[in-house]
Design a protein around this ligand. Sequence first.
Ligand code: SME
Length: 301
Amino acid sequence: MKEICLAGGCFWGAEHYFRNIEGVVSTEVGFANGNTQSPTYEQVYTDTTGYAEAVHVSYDPSKLPLEELIRDFFCAIDPLSLNKQGEDEGTRYRTGVYYSDPDELETISRVFSEEQAKYSEPLAVELQPLTNFFPADERHQDYLVKNPDGYCHLPLKIFRYPKLISDLKALLGDEPDPVARLSNAAALIQERMRFFWTGFYLVKSDELVLGPFQGPIACMRIGFGRGVCGTSWKEDRTIVVPDVEEFPGHIACSSLSRSEIVVPLRDCSGNVTGVLDIDSTELSTFDRIDAFWLERLVNIL
Ligand code: SME
């Protein structure tokens, strides 16, 4: 078992996120890296104690490698925002990774560099040894379990994806048949996330051909480089489309679809074998959180 302390803004939402990630064994919210003894929530709230609201995470590295946990952490923060996450402002809401084992610094730094490469501005996330941690009192522990309608700075979908993925892994088991796997994957995504259309297009020679899906009837063939799906295949990358009308060449299978995300599926040599396509009837349904977790999801297919 390993431990790490992660500050990701208000600890109510941050803990609720980490506790559902497969491989996390336990979580405890508290205050990290400040300069008083045994601070109370009210003292930390004054923003004069130097503490950050943080989640102490115990995890099993055989199920959840450290680099994956740090990537999951980055998914749940705005890494460029200094002392502000969501509407919560103050040094107590700063973001940070506080480690207890100096041997972990190299791995953590590697993920920091990977994340930094996505932005031109510098990351506002601290990376420091854990100097102290004091648990918050009981009413703050598992706050969103005790108060399901309580305040949360994170979007609710971020809590659904980790469970969706661990349930999908269990559901698929070692079933070798790709149609069976993709069919139940589409069904489970749809059941949990209630999108308008969720399905797969599979590469067959020079076209994508409709595969297992859930939702209204859809177009059956899409050329290489055509529409969002064919572009995702051609460019070998996830494409988030906030407004389908703004995407040149978008193929409208249904006039009800207003935003979409397409994630490539790859074989073990890295070749694109198909795409996962999800459509929504609302504008701007998908963002980097969906991209992150759906990329994780297609890896298990
Ligand atoms: N909109 C997609 C076509 C597939 S449907 O959304 C199900 C595209 O432009 O590739």
